[in-house]
Design a protein around this ligand. Structure first.
Ligand code: HEC
Ligand SMILES: [Cu+2]
Length: 372
């Protein structure tokens, strides 16, 4: 047979078995290649995409961990991927070799290959080898899991409680007497002097999941249960995360920000958050409207009669970069739009349109802006 014909038949068609199961190579190959390219492109895009509003601070990239335990998790996943990739390459390589080398050629006799039954060596090899590999994987994984789970808070550790709500995060620092929302401030450590923050995770309604990829793995927030996790960032900056467990309509707008600050800056933030609100007589009208409406049933302003727990604590609202769990930046215009009609900014969110007239909205917003 001419070599050109051979090449053509090799490229065009495989006849895999005498029963007549055959497929045409270019189609199969094309499909596989397209799938491979699309998935590779998707992974590259997904790993590097920067959610425009959501993350001015840095790229959320699971392959660029900047804190324990995310670094430890990355190392073990690379090891697992390396082992699995080696197995895949060996198996797929042998398979490809066999398909090409032993394909049906025109003129070949239609015959069954020799059948081998019950080779003890082969059976043993493919039972023992995988067992050993799985055993190694179990050992390294459980060591990492134990390392992460058995970590105990030392005397210097910051402790915070994060409560998932539909669709925002309540953040409490019981030891510091601070309550805030959606933006978790923690101090940065150094490699020689790590500064861990321990989180207790709870839920006020349905299951949520706390995930800030560059800091740690996902941990669920389950109603009537307390889960624990810790982070130990060393690089100051804003780390973006998201609720990672579908929790209803606005699940996608349930972003979490972790603001990692140098210790002195963190202390300053703590001092500011502990301060009581200062009353400002120029916004008395707005204050009156706030307290006359049911805002107080859902929101707390520490030191006042507003003690609602259903929505975010507003005591230091203006110290936050964003509103409504990262749905929008916190600017006078967006704050006004929010008070006017939160349903426009975050459809289905659990704060109702309060049906205020423009003048009332302006006055309430002026009052809210004193909550620094
Ligand atoms: C029925 C309860 C309820 C009432 C009444 C209510 N809110 Fe809210 N409010 C919420 C909830 C829930 C959120 C969080 C929404 C989200 O992020 O999904 C919220 C969020 C906010 C926020 C954004 C806070 C942040 O840090 O993201 C502001 C500001 C606010 N409310 C002001 C008001 C004002 C002013 C009133 C009265 C005119 C009011 N709210 C009435 C439940 C309520
Ligand atoms: Cu959620």
């Amino acid at each position: 047979m001419r070599s050109a014909d051979r090449l053509k038949s090799c490229l065009l068609q495989f006849r895999v078995s005498p029963a007549g199961l055959h497929f045409s190579l270019p189609h199969g190959l094309l499909r596989a290649l397209t799938l491979l390219i699309v998935s590779a492109a998707w992974i590259v895009i997904a790993a590097n995409v920067e959610p425009a509003l959501a993350n001015p601070g840095g790229i959320t990239n699971i392959f660029k961990p900047l804190s324990q335990p995310a670094q430890e998790i990355r190392e073990i996943s690379l090891l697992v991927i390396a082992i699995c990739a080696t197995i895949f390459l060996i198996v797929a390589g042998l398979l490809a070799y066999t398909i090409v080398r032993y394909r049906h050629r025109p003129g070949d006799e239609v015959s069954e290959p020799p059948q081998i039954y019950g080779s003890n060596q082969i059976e043993l090899a493919w039972t023992v080898l995988p067992l050993l590999i799985v055993f190694v994987l179990i050992l390294v994984t459980s060591r990492t899991i134990a390392d992460i789970q058995n970590r105990k808070p030392g005397p210097g550790a910051v402790q915070a409680t994060v409560v998932g709500h539909q669709w925002w995060w309540e953040i409490r620092y019981p030891e510091l007497g601070i309550v805030t929302a959606n933006e978790l401030h923690v101090p940065a450590g150094t490699n020689s002097l790590p500064q861990p923050t321990f989180l207790k995770l709870e839920s006020a309604d349905v299951a949520h999941s706390f995930w800030v990829p560059q800091l740690a793995g996902k941990t669920d927030l389950i109603p009537n249960r307390q889960n624990l996790m810790w982070i130990e960032p060393t690089q100051p900056g804003t780390y973006l995360g998201n609720c990672a467990e579908y929790c209803g309509t606005q699940h996608a707008r349930m972003l979490i920000r972790v603001i990692v600050q140098p210790p002195a800056e963190f202390e300053r933030w703590v001092a500011e958050q502990k301060r009581a609100v200062t009353e400002d007589s120029s916004t008395q009208e707005g204050r009156k409207i706030f307290f006359a409406n049911s805002c107080v049933n859902c929101h707390t302003i520490r030191g006042t009669s507003a003690q609602g727990m259903f929505g975010p604590d507003l005591t230091h609202l203006m110290s936050r970069e964003t509103l409504a769990s990262g749905a929008t930046l916190n600017t006078p215009a967006t704050l006004r739009a929010w008070v006017r009609d939160p349903q426009k900014l975050k459809v289905g969110c659990l704060m109702p349109n309060m049906q205020l007239v423009d003048e009332q909205v302006d006055q309430i917003v002026a009052y809210l802006q004193t909550l620094k």
